[in-house]
Design a binder for this molecule. Structure first.
Ligand SMILES: Cc1ncc(COP(=O)(O)O)c(C=O)c1O
Length: 390
């Protein structure tokens, strides 16, 4: 059965052009870019080109890009660096809806004496900027807030946040893992000091990422050792993946308009049709600015896992709003922070599209999902009651 892959916020297919670009760097051009000989030198040139390509997508200078192993490493490196830069500032600000790459680190830092403020969001997943204004003070080392939420697609007003943060002299980091390639970014006119991105969310392979560090922003490396990445990240470069990331960023720039027109139109059609065909459904983050590719939709009185199982019979891959990775079926921390009622949070499904998604695939979901929800509601007493009313 051919998959209908609508889980692109989890990971993406490697674009074949990206794969072709990285292919020679395993068995043929395998030199170490730090070597003095010509063989390493030609790899170094390609790593430089990749840095240029990533920078260009972000509106940044190449020297501002540090390659890492993943989005998680970039997030960790940014936050830990700020704490070393400001040893006397013992306060961190983040939000309740961050990815664990940020949230778990911040929570672990409370055990080392740091005060961590987790900003709330409203029922649409939006940040309260007044709460941020009140929280940030002279003791704040870093504010780390995501550009766009991986579960709901809700976009935070990053530039406004940055202006507030700058007034107190703290550093501002944004986890833009879900935003890069979906929102046009311009670091040359931005208040962001550091920004994290990850290759596997934009059609590059897993295991490569980057951290943007604005020129002049003090930085302390997370990994120390050799002098790679201008001593900002030690370790022999993952050359093939870095070159792939460069190509993926070049393509992302080219497809950015497509993402915000064709992909968004497919997402909007999916949303509209499902809302029309399925009673007692609601959009998580509806009413907020959202990524063009993401739809988080809640169906009352059904289990998300049951929906996923039945969808997979048609080859449809999506994800649910439960923290099932932790072995529990608790609704995700994001939906809980938004105050989504338990009866809805449990029945939340995230569809995340990409430039490879087709209209025919969306048609299949629109055709197959409504009967699945009906079937599941028929076996639940609350569901039956709801259907009798609607
Ligand atoms: C918002 C966000 N931040 C960070 C990460 C972690 O990225 P990586 O898987 O490259 O470590 C993810 C991955 O799901 C994410 O969605």
């Amino acid at each position: 059965m051919k998959e209908i892959y609508l889980d692109n916020n989890a990971t993406t297919k490697v674009d074949e052009a990206v794969f072709e670009e990285m292919r020679p760097y395993f068995c043929e051009l395998y030199g170490n870019p730090s070597s003095m000989h010509f063989f390493g030198g030609q790899v170094q040139k390609q790593v430089d080109q990749a840095r240029q390509r990533v920078a260009s997508l972000l509106g940044a200078f190449p020297e501002e890009i540090v390659f890492t192993a993943c989005g998680t490493e970039s997030d960790n490196a940014a936050i830990r660096s700020a704490l070393e830069v400001f040893p006397n500032r013992r306060h961190i600000i983040t939000s309740r809806v961050e990815h664990p790459a940020v949230l778990t680190l911040c929570r672990s830092l409370t055990k080392r004496g740091y005060r961590v403020t987790e900003l709330n969001v409203d029922t649409a997943g939006r940040l309260d900027l007044d709460e941020l204004r009140q929280a940030v003070d002279d003791n704040t080392a870093i504010v780390s807030l995501m550009y766009a939420n991986n579960e709901t697609g809700v976009v935070f007003p990053i530039e406004e946040v940055g202006r507030i943060v700058k007034e107190k002299g703290a550093l501002f980091h944004t986890d833009a893992v879900q935003a890069v390639g979906k929102i046009r970014l311009d670091m040359s006119a931005s208040t962001v000091d550091m920004l994290a991105l990850s290759g596997h969310k934009l059609h590059a392979p897993k295991g490569v990422g980057a951290l943007y560090v604005r020129k002049g922003v003090p930085f302390r490396p997370f990994l120390v050792g050799g002098h790679q990445e201008k001593s900002r990240r030690a370790g022999t470069e993952n050359t093939a993946s870095i070159i792939a990331l460069g190509k993926a960023c070049e393509l992302a720039g080219r497809y950015l308009d497509d993402e915000n027109t064709r992909v968004k139109t497919m997402r909007d059609r999916l949303e509209l049709e499902l809302m029309k065909l399925i009673p007692a459904a609601r959009i998580n983050g509806g009413g907020a600015e959202r990524l063009p590719n993401t739809l988080s939709i809640a169906f009352e009185f059904v289990e998300g896992e049951a929906i996923l199982l039945l969808l997979s019979e048609f080859g449809i891959c999506a994800s649910s709003g439960s923290a099932c990775t932790s072995g529990s079926l608790e609704p995700s921390h994001v939906l809980r922070a938004m105050g989504v009622p338990f009866t809805c949070a449990h029945g939340s499904i995230r569809f995340s599209l990409s430039r490879f998604t087709t209209d025919a695939e969306i048609d299949t979901v629109i055709r197959e999902l409504p009967p699945i929800i009906r079937r599941l509601r028929e076996i639940s007493p609350f569901g039956r009651e709801l259907m009798a009313k609607s």
